[in-house]
Design a protein around this ligand. Sequence first.
Ligand code: C2E
Ligand code: CA
Ligand code: CA
Length: 278
Amino acid sequence: SSGKNQLRFFSREVLAHRERAMELTELLRESVEHGFEGFELYYQPVFLSGGETLSGAEALCRWRCGKYGPISPVEFIPLLEESGLIHQAGRWIFRQAVATCALWQKRMPGFLMGVNLSYLQLEDPTFLPFVSGVLEEFQIPPDCLVAELTESYLAANIQAVSEALLQLRRMRVMVSMDDFGTGYSSLGLLKHHPIDVVKIDRTFVQGARASAFDSAFLRFVSELCRSVGIRVCLEGVETRGELDFVKPFGLSFLQGFYFGRPVPRTEFERRFLPGGPA
Ligand code: C2E
Ligand code: CA
Ligand code: CA
């Protein structure tokens, strides 16, 4: 019957999805074993509120799979997490980002580098000692490094995570709450965790000019954060019109395709750093 066929079609799709996940995980494992072959960090510029002065960058991981070409981090980061490879890959990412930050500090003192951390890395007791070793090795001011953690993770693990955040704070590394506004109980989290920067999810920029809720949310969060000394970064500014619209909201940092897409290291140097390529 047609019911049966539909069921079979559905399970075939699920199976295909599982098969691709398993194959990509094996290819990721090979890449990691071959010295992170195909992995590269891209850097997206972050600007100060007026939109004219560079404040730093966010490091975003890219993976070019030998068999299928470039794969989105939205697909491969969860596979790294499920397979446990995130521990090795996350250290590689962190060390690359800090090495780049050390170079760029020389050209632009105070350059802020954002690095995304997976919750699994914070749960690993050997990760924070590793962080402190890398900071020592590259001699960068720790408060130029911003550890980005998603709101959903901070919400789900209040007890477990607060010790790790306090340790980061003791090292003077900054902490940002990523994808703010996409989960639950956001405002309570600001009270419970030592957060330096809130990154508002890009869906709010797109919505802001059409939706009274989204623009009120931007205004409200930026006012609340300002009054308790938390800086706000707005992600996903894509057009001049959006920039003009959000300017009066008093946000600290702006990021998005309008200012620049994530690009390889040398391209970032050429386009955004004083003096061009190293
Ligand atoms: P995220 O941390 O929220 O990173 C911002 C994402 O938004 C990036 O996607 C960036 O390219 C995209 N984006 C920035 N500006 C705009 C804009 O104006 N418009 C639009 N439409 N998109 C914009 P990307 O690079 O594909 O990364 C996706 C997600 O993958 C990241 O979201 C982050 O959660 C994860 N990710 C990326 N690199 C890493 C990493 O090194 N470690 C970990 N743990 N996660 C990573
Ligand atoms: Ca991020
Ligand atoms: Ca984000």
